[in-house]
Design a protein around this ligand. Structure first.
Ligand code: AMP
Length: 243
């Protein structure tokens, strides 16, 4: 019997669109590896690793970490055996150079298509959401909007208290939105003609976003099958003159 196809998903969208929350939820539901580059960097800062020390100031200013560093981190993570069953990427790629590198990594992995979901939210909602967002000061998890009691309470994973992210202050948020427009929005053009590209309305309750997201990911995963089947007759045609 055929192996089930790996689901390889990237969540795109501006800061505050809900990528992290939805990536976490979807990965948990489908038992997939979630890779969040922002979480990896925040963890490195907390543990004061060389990566964390080098990235701290750049992140606090709302700027992007350089492409070679980010590509190296993601490549190393996605080539490990536990990523071969599929993954959900949150926060990567953020530049066209990163997207090109991800295509090369996907070719090397040779394990299923890349499904690209763009979560769309109006800018006025983003600024408000980022001002309200809280993360756990201890484990770094987002307060879970699927559990309304948690945001008023303590982190249900580790019992830590919730704080505002240092880069969610108003001036840094405005900078991050500008960086998104300049460096990351061009990725929509990079991906939009692929049969596995989908848009989700992120301006709804988290449960509704999650439902829409699951539906479009499933449709994208099957959408490519007829294309693959359609290629077979072309092989036959090519062989005809030789017979
Ligand atoms: P996030 O948690 O995804 O909002 O990321 C927080 C910050 O981490 C960003 O504002 C960047 O400074 C840095 N970062 C995360 N992912 C990337 C990436 N793929 N490329 C460059 N910088 C990144």
């Amino acid at each position: 019997m055929d192996e089930p196809m790996a689901l390889n998903v990237i969540m795109m969208g501006p800061p505050g669109a809900g990528k992290g929350t939805q990536a976490e939820h979807f990965a948990r539901e489908r038992n997939l590896l979630k890779v969040s580059t922002g979480d990896i960097l925040r963890e490195a800062i907390k543990s004061e690793t060389p990566l964390g020390c080098a990235a701290k100031a750049t992140m606090e200013q709302g700027k992007l970490i350089d492409d070679p560093t980010m590509i190296g981190i993601v490549r190393e993570r996605l080539m490990r055996p536990d990523a071969m069953q599929g993954f959900v990427l949150d926060g990567f790629p953020r530049t066209v150079a990163q997207a090109r590198a991800l295509d090369r990594i996907m070719t090397e992995r040779d394990g299923g298509p890349l499904i690209v979901v763009d979560i769309v939210v109006p800018e006025r909602d983003l600024v408000r959401r980022l001002a309200d967002r809280r993360i756990c000061s201890s484990c770094g998890a987002n307060a879970d909007p699927f559990d309304p009691t948690e945001s008023e309470d303590r982190c249900k994973r580790c019992g830590g208290t919730f704080v505002q992210r240092t880069d969610d202050s108003e001036d840094v948020v405005l900078k991050r939105l500008k960086v998104y427009e300049r460096d990351t929005r061009p990725l929509v053009d990079y991906y939009k003609d692929r049969p596995t590209f989908r848009i989700v309305n992120g301006a709804q309750a988290p449960e509704l976003v999650a439902q829409e997201l699951a539906a479009v990911i499933d449709s994208a995963a099957t959408a490519r099958e007829p294309r693959r089947a359609a290629r077979l007759p072309r092989v036959d045609n090519r062989m005809e003159p030789q017979l």
